[in-house]
Design a protein around this ligand. Structure first.
Ligand SMILES: C[S@@+](CC[C@H](N)C(=O)[O-])C[C@H]1O[C@@H](n2cnc3c(N)ncnc32)[C@H](O)[C@@H]1O
Length: 434
């Protein structure tokens, strides 16, 4: 197929929506078929944006079509969503958006539908106000989220759920962590300023910087030398909270791709750090990150839930359990979560988290600390999970460490998406009594 970014976008969307693949899996392959960097960037914009606004665009399309497409024409359905996204949300000249989308119908070899595509997009232009009013009255379309997630957020956060839903639809900031072993944050900010790259410190972090406009990492000064890494401000709190000191034995139990592993070592290289992950391929990315930053950890492909298979019996002073979760705190970065997750995933993930907590605790030294974290905003995975754990684990106490800086969420601390510009994140510092 010719490398037409709109036709490619439709095909990527079919794979996400119908085959349940993630954007981060499917998009790079499609981008490699693009003619140049500009097309690859356009493709990214089209798929991320269409997925972000999927529920809104789908409701609009439903009003404009007389009957739905057959399953074999799912690519056309997705292409029309891409067309509507351009008209609804982007500053692309409308003439270009309509013309190029109709062209993409032909690229998909569905010429029979070019008149239909033209009529749908022109229909949107003509009836825009009426269509917008119609979708605004429906929560799913209005917030552009699946109904189960709206209901779950309303139940967990009755006063904040609207703010969470709106924040989830924002474009995420481009955030960096400065490697303090190589350069100070102030020096790096000066360097960016000298290159006319607008940036500011992330409040509440030691090393965080936010750029006004995202850019390719290859263009960041000192990126390949290890001066900076891409990491959200909320994720940067983990290394600070874990409070590691020279000589400590530290376990990063769910380490890949290694953002927090690297940050821990940047703060304190004189620790014996084991970085473990169940996924061998993802662990390769930890090694790549450490190599770029010139850091060292012992890497282990293993199941944290089965320490009997790999643990040598020596306890750890600190354990970071950055558990697999629904990712509901990072929807603005991964909007495909709205299409891929199901309500039933919550209970299954909560069960795995509970098993991991239980399995990790005996590995912690008396007087040591386990930091439990997720990039979720759901209480089942966060405060309720930790409350259940404290309910049966008599030698565990929780000490709020972010009090005054972050919302205390019953047990632990919850950052909601967009708060201080950060991703949604949950932290609980669990200390083992001596
Ligand atoms: C939220 S991600 C970790 C992100 C990482 N801490 C960072 O900052 O870059 C969760 C990770 O847990 C891993 N994982 C899931 N189940 C696991 C298990 N039973 N044992 C070890 N790792 C597991 C996944 O492969 C995934 O890489």
């Amino acid at each position: 197929m010719a490398a037409d970014p709109r036709a490619l976008a439709a095909q990527v969307l079919v794979r996400v929506h119908d085959a349940g693949r993630s954007l981060s899996d499917v998009l790079p392959v499609a981008q490699s078929e693009c003619a140049d960097e500009r097309d690859a960037a356009l493709l990214q914009e089209l798929v991320y944006g269409t997925v972000r606004w999927y529920y809104r665009l789908d409701a609009i399309l439903g009003q404009l079509l007389r009957k739905p497409f057959k399953p074999r024409d799912a690519d056309l359905h997705c292409l029309l969503l891409v067309g509507l996204y351009q008209l609804d949300q982007l500053a692309v000249p409308e003439r270009v958006a309509v013309h190029e989308t109709v062209q993409a119908v032909r690229t998909l070899r569905k010429d029979w539908a070019s008149g239909l595509a033209n009529a749908v997009l022109r229909g949107f232009q003509r009836r825009r106000e009426e269509l917008e009013n119609a979708v605004a009255s429906d929560e799913v379309a209005g917030f552009s989220h699946p109904r189960w997630l709206i209901e779950q957020l309303r139940s967990d956060w009755p006063d904040q759920y609207r703010q969470i839903l709106l924040a989830n639809n924002m474009r995420p900031p481009f955030s960096l962590r400065v490697n303090r072993r190589r350069i100070t944050r102030a020096e790096y900010l000066d360097l960016l300023q000298s290159l006319a790259i607008e940036a500011m410190p992330i409040p509440g972090t030691d090393q965080g910087i936010r750029l006004a406009t995202p850019m390719a990492v290859a263009r960041l000064p000192g990126f390949f030398a290890g001066d900076v890494s891409v990491q959200d401000g909320a994720a940067q709190l983990a290394a600070e909270l874990l409070d590691v000191r020279p000589g400590m034995r530290v376990l990063d139990a769910c380490a890949a791709p290694g953002g927090k592993t690297a940050h821990l070592l940047e703060r304190e290289p004189e620790i014996a750090l084991t970085a473990l992950d169940i996924d061998a391929q993802r662990l390769v990315r930890v090694q790549e990150n450490l190599d770029r930053l010139g850091l060292h950890a012992g890497l282990l492909v293993a199941d944290a839930g089965q320490p009997g298979q790999w643990w040598d019996g020596q306890r750890f002073d600190r354990i970071l359990l950055d558990a697999p979760c629904t990712g509901t705190g990072v929807i603005r970065r991964h909007p495909d979560i709205k299409l891929l997750r199901r309500a039933a995933d919550i209970a299954a993930l909560a069960q795995r988290q509970a098993e991991l907590l239980k399995a990790m605790w005996p590995l912690l030294s008396p007087g040591g600390m386990l930091l439990y974290s997720t990039c979720s905003v759901l209480k089942t995975e966060n405060s309720n999970q930790v409350a259940d754990f404290l309910g049966y684990q008599a030698d565990a106490i929780e000490r709020p460490m972010l009090a005054g800086r972050v919302k205390v969420a019953g047990v632990g601390s919850q950052i909601l998406p967009g708060e201080n510009g950060m991703d949604g994140f949950y932290y609980a510092c669990l200390h083992k009594t001596v």
